[in-house]
Design a protein around this ligand. Structure first.
Ligand code: CO8
Length: 258
């Protein structure tokens, strides 16, 4: 049987690790890989024991983008029938904190995949880019939309129109990476961040993520309304009662996720 294109590991403290595993194709996001990735995100969303997820690639490549060989001869109809938005949906709508650990190349769909994360830890040798223009296409999984929201029009336009990658340091400076660490620390640091988040009340984490993402596309007033309603709802949770009681009683809280 063929090796899975995505490996899943269960780490301590409610953290799951997903590792892209097509080194021979530089982790190019083939249809089969994306089917697996979508299935993992669907399962992780439903698994109450999982509180945060780390997504990583290999030591030299996070992911080299969509699989060019699988689409070189495709027609628009083929692309419509593939309906790849169906496979991105479980990643886009993943309700739990997602930390990307990026070493090496994050290109095209690989950069777009990283941009689905909530926190991006980059190794100092990482390179982010949207080289689609060099093969005659353009980003098709949010690159023209998420990148501009992350870094602003003029940085985004240069990356998209030249197809040239940016370094981890440049990515961090423009807001495309959360932090940059030595290459051999990337995964550990991402796991450390995810583990820290996983210790905190998961419903609060979920509502923060929801409000940030849903609010980003709204007017300020609509965003504030989304925030206020989520904020008020959290007062129904046991973890809010516990967190505040523990603070007042000067003890460590025990969160249950309820
Ligand atoms: N698709 C298919 N195969 C690939 C890809 C890819 N994106 N990237 C690398 N490979 C294959 C190569 O063809 C080669 O295969 P073979 O051994 O059979 O010749 C093997 O992986 C190794 O590749 P290289 O020899 O090129 O490896 P290097 O280490 O020298 O270079 C790079 C690594 C820099 C990552 C280089 O491979 C590269 O530039 N890859 C292409 C990057 C690119 O153009 N990405 C954009 C693709 S288009 C895209 O992502 C559109 C997104 C749209 C929606 C998203 C849907 C998922």
């Amino acid at each position: 049987m063929a090796e899975p294109a995505v490996l899943r590991e269960t780490l301590d403290g409610g953290v799951a690790l997903l590792r892209l595993n097509r080194p021979e194709a530089r982790n190019a996001l083939s249809p089969a890989l994306r089917e697996e990735l979508a299935a993992h995100f669907t399962a992780l969303a439903a698994d109450e024991s999982v509180r945060a997820v780390v997504l990583t690639g290999g030591p030299d490549v996070f992911a080299a983008g969509a699989d060019i060989k699988a689409m070189a001869e495709a027609s628009p109809t083929d692309m419509m029938l593939r309906a790849s938005e169906r496979l991105w949906a479980p990643v886009k709508d993943f309700p739990k904190p997602l930390v990307a650990a990026v070493n090496g190349w994050a290109l095209g769909g690989g950069c777009e995949l990283a941009m689905h994360a909530d926190v991006i830890v980059a190794g100092e040798g990482a390179k982010f880019g949207q080289p689609e223009i060099k093969v005659g296409i353009m980003p098709g999984a949010g690159g023209t939309q998420r990148l501009v929201r992350a870094v602003g029009k003029f940085k985004a336009m240069k990356i998209l129109l030249t197809g040239e990658p940016v370094s981890a340091a440049e990515a961090e400076a423009m807001g495309l990476a959360t932090e940059v660490v030595p290459d051999d620390r990337t995964l550990d640091r991402a796991v450390e961040i995810a583990t820290g988040i996983a210790r905190l009340p998961p419903l609060a984490a979920r509502k923060i993520k929801e409000a940030v993402l849903a609010g980003a596309d709204q007017t300020l007033e609509a965003g504030l309304l989304i925030e206020r309603q989520a904020f008020q709802l959290l007062f129904d949770t046991a973890d809010q009662k516990e967190g505040m009681a523990a603070f007042i009683e000067k003890r460590r809280p025990t969160f249950t996720g309820r």
